[in-house]
Design a protein around this ligand. Sequence first.
Ligand code: GLN
Length: 406
Amino acid sequence: MNVGSFTYHVFALFCYLLSSVCQVAKRLEKFKTTIFSQMSMLAIKHGAINLGQGFPNFDGPEFVKEAAIQAIKDGKNQYARGCGVPDLNSAIAERFKKDTGVVVDPEKEVTVTSGCTEAIAASMLGLINPGDEVILFAPFYDSYEATLSMAGAKIKCITLRPPDFAVPIDELKSTITKNTRATLINTPHNPTGKIFTREELNAIASLCIENDVLVFTDEVYDKLAFDMDHISMASLPGMFERTVTLNSLGKTFSLTGWKIGWAIAPPHLTWGVRQAHSFLTFATSTPMQWAAAAALRAPDSYFADLKSDYMAKRAILVEGLKAVGFKVFPSCGTYFVVVDHTPFGLDNDVAFCEYLIKEVGVVAIPTSVFCLNPEDGKNLVRFTFCKDEKTLRAAVERMKERLLRK
Ligand code: GLN
């Protein structure tokens, strides 16, 4: 038994023992172990190449790691200020101005959190009341539904459908009621790689203004916008006042384990976010915040190189998947690409992913887990290209050799 397989068996035994005694509050009853953990576990068990969970298999930049080491050596090791180390709040505000043109007050409008997942949770728990309706666009990232459930929100869901995953504005219009408190958008979009167009954002914005609806916008892939510009909802006329912009360091600096995120919002919304944040985590890792400030002040060339590196990776995977025989949908941004697996004759996305892991040795993510109605995702699976070129090519080779059309 190799180390990976041993770790898997220990973990599986742990999960089994836990599930035989475990208890969970009703608000989390319907949720399982996240699909990303499940798939990474299976990758280890079957020795499969992991193009499932979105974490780079290469390291973050030296200058950021050095800044963290220096901060630790300089004794920046006690609790940080709850809403963020002042230097990081300023660096986030500077970055936001550079990226979007929107000037924000780092002291009153920026809150540092433990990753974007906490920023999402703090926004929901701090600003949504039980029974409030919140509109999601499926497929959506798994934490949205769980966090909204913790907040007691009523979820309404609109499905973005292939081939272009366009926002059905009329459906959004008819879904909004007097109880709609907010909508949560994600652009560039995980899992589809779609970037919301200016027209779509304008249409969403006017409906939100007309109906007094808030917008939470998850923009963690904003630096990975390849074929179109990324537009921040908060930069549209009249929107800053009703928008909470959520972002993080992980994707941009290939440091997903650092868990540094933030929420940018006008003071009246920042109040709710900070109240929840205070009692969720109170503060985020101090030395990592100092390093995050250094990261965000990286020269423009850093961001340009990141983008061109990822475009090269995307080309390898997309061309490879096409050669294997998938129908590949365009990935304009993020480090994900979604394909239609039906040419291979498996019943649904989960069955396809199981087959792919066990018989082919490659991990992908079934997209039905990103949908309230699993039928909506049953033909699609997601691959990530945040892996080195050798890994991407090896995965493509395995699929070419072993994946047979039925
Ligand atoms: N955001 C990553 C993805 O979509 C996963 C993060 C996680 O494992 N929770 O793959």
